[in-house]
Design a protein around this ligand. Structure first.
Ligand SMILES: Cc1cc2nc3c(=O)[nH]c(=O)nc-3n(C[C@H](O)[C@H](O)[C@H](O)COP(=O)(O)OP(=O)(O)OC[C@H]3O[C@@H](n4cnc5c(N)ncnc54)[C@H](O)[C@@H]3O)c2cc1C
Length: 530
């Protein structure tokens, strides 16, 4: 079956929803999303969204903080327009119904690591949930938007070239979409396709990301021939709750912003050994410091201590974190929180220009799936929600500009080939391979890398990939199998990018090249299939 729409948006996080709401002014929009609409990385964002909203703050300071954090390879022009356009986009979110926390002075601005001042708008510690709530509501009100929940994009479709191979040439004209509950693969045809599929934290064993974050957009774009970049820069959040029963629960950077101190199990505060900003140093430095302390002590976690602040303040400022920790038997007003670093944010992704255009005509990318030049080698805290709304807006402007000149050719798209279509009980192999990839990535391609470790990881992923390809060719596809195939592709791309960069910079640290080398490596790492 073929579904025809003007615009196909893959993903319903902040980037996808913002873009869809705007595109609905121009025509019909299909949002395809893997689970229910709110389920996304956005939904779990706690700290907030950075923007210059305080008269005492300045664009120049926000630009400088972003550039410092990005370790020399942010694109300064991108940083300047993202920071400069931030306040207008924030006002738009507010108009659409997002309610940020306020105090007597105005917005209650939080402070996070790497920021020289308080500039983070938040909705208590549930900022992402509040944004998703408002955007899903706004999208649902538009008659031009149809949300396809529990549907998964499998592969992008490019206009067939002379060879007849669908995803090999020409502009992007749609995507194959799996309806897992029915086992159908539908063909979606669109004038423009936008990837807003978010990040890839699930490539690692310990992550703050929810299950949807399997790097599908990066893998699909790469397979379709788009350029991808800077995938070696996976940001590890220093403070994910360590508890045997807690799955991916983040302790927001804002806890350190409000005075939280990192300590060893013995109670000793250790960050002064690593950075003058101590516990509020940039994330990469804090994550590496914790990694190093854990390796020295053999402990499984360090402690984040905010007990010196008033209990009533903690409960008011961090109601969600307080409640969640309490469920695990930790009263954060009285005892420190056990934490470990966890894969958190992908700074690289599908390469785009200033308007979200990828290197494939007709295909745009915005949000965490994209590599726009904003983050460089390390993302400044709370700049990613901001990036999502800025690039969604710019993508909309670009599409609005080029839409009238678009000559649509109604080329036939072959229906999805159901492959070997043999039913199989592949679930055990799939879950073993999932586990092996994620464990291998955490062990060998984590916070501290080496040539040897990367080579070892690559050898293993190569083998697993052969096995997955065989399954993919011969058996009926399932969501698990597709996600496994995608995490294997992204894992391999991370390793390839990391192997290329013969220096340490930002989030990429290798013991074989421990110094930053601006003469040779002050640039993006760009990879394309073939
Ligand atoms: C715990 C946590 C806390 C964070 N805190 C902050 C913060 O305070 N400030 C900040 O700026 N950033 C924060 N981040 C990062 C930020 O939340 C994300 O970078 C941002 O929300 C990404 O938005 P997005 O729209 O690009 O993707 P997402 O919000 O992740 O949305 C991706 C969407 O794509 C869908 N999708 C994925 N694959 C497919 C597929 N194959 N087919 C169909 N649909 C698909 C998903 O279901 C989802 O709807 C945090 C992240 C986490 C995990």
């Amino acid at each position: 079956m073929e579904v025809k729409t003007d615009f196909l948006v893959l993903g319903s996080g902040i980037a996808g929803l913002t873009l869809a709401i705007k595109l609905a002014e121009l025509g019909s929009v299909a949002i395809v999303t893997k689970k229910e609409a709110i389920e996304s990385n956005t939904n779990y964002a706690q700290g907030g969204i950075a923007a210059v909203m305080d008269p005492l703050d300045s664009f120049e300071d926000h630009v400088r903080d972003t550039l410092v954090c990005g370790a020399g390879i942010c694109h300064e022009d991108v940083v300047r327009f993202v920071v400069g356009e931030g306040p207008e986009r924030i006002r738009e979110l507010i108009q659409w119904g997002v309610e940020f926390s306020r105090n007597e002075q105005g917005f209650d601005l939080g402070r996070e690591g790497g920021h020289s001042t308080r500039r983070v708008l938040h909705a208590k510690d549930l900022t992402g949930r509040e944004i998703e709530r408002a955007l899903v509501r706004k999208a649902a009100q538009s008659p031009n938007i149809h949300i396809y929940e529990n549907c998964m994009a499998v592969e992008l479709i490019r206009k067939p070239g002379p060879s007849g191979v669908v995803h090999d040439q020409g502009r992007c004209i749609g995507a194959y979409i799996l309806e897992p509950q029915k086992g159908n693969v539908l063909t979606f045809r669109a004038k423009f396709v936008a990837l807003a599929t978010g990040g890839a934290g699930k490539v690692y064993l310990v992550t703050t990301n929810p299950d949807i974050a399997t790097g599908d957009g990066i893998a699909m774009a790469y397979r379709a021939g788009a350029k991808v970049a800077n995938l070696e820069f996976m940001q590890f959040h220093p403070t994910c709750l360590f508890h045997p029963e807690a799955k991916s629960f983040l302790i927001s950077e804002a806890v350190r912003g409000e005075g939280g101190i990192l300590r060893l199990k013995s109670g000793e505060a250790f960050m002064e050994k690593y950075h003058p900003m101590k516990s509020l140093a940039p994330r990469d430095i804090v994550a590496r410091a914790i990694d190093s302390e854990l390796k020295k002590s053999g402990d499984e976690y360090v402690l984040l201590d905010i007990t010196h602040r008033e209990g009533s303040f903690i409960k008011k400022r961090f109601p969600n974190i307080y409640q969640k920790c309490l469920e695990f038997g930790i009263d954060i007003t009285r005892e420190p929180i056990p934490v470990v670093p966890a894969a958190h944010f992908m700074c690289g992704g599908v390469l785009t220009d200033h308007c979200g255009q990828t290197t494939i005509e007709g295909l745009f990318a915005c949000g965490e799936v994209a590599c726009t030049g904003l983050h460089g080698a390390n993302r400044l805290a709370s700049n990613s929600l901001l990036e999502g709304i800025i690039f969604a807006h710019r993508t909309f402007l670009k599409i609005r500009e080029i839409l009238p000149g678009l000559v649509e050719e109604c080329v036939p798209i072959p229906e999805w080939d159901p492959r070997g279509a043999t039913q199989s009980d592949e679930s055990i192999v799939v879950s073993h391979n999932w586990d092996e990839i994620r464990r291998g990535m955490s062990n060998y391609v984590g916070i501290v890398r080496s040539e040897k470790r990367l080579a070892r990881a690559k050898r293993r992923i190569d083998l697993i990939q052969q096995e997955i390809d065989e399954y993919y060719r011969n058996f009926i596809i399932t969501r698990d199998l597709l996600e496994l195939r995608n995490i294997a592709v992204v894992a391999k791309l991370i390793i390839r990018c990391a192997m290329r960069r013969k220096e340490s910079r930002g989030l990429h640290y290798t013991i074989d090249y421990p110094e930053r080398d601006d003469r040779n490596w002050k640039r993006d790492t760009v990879i394309q299939r073939g």
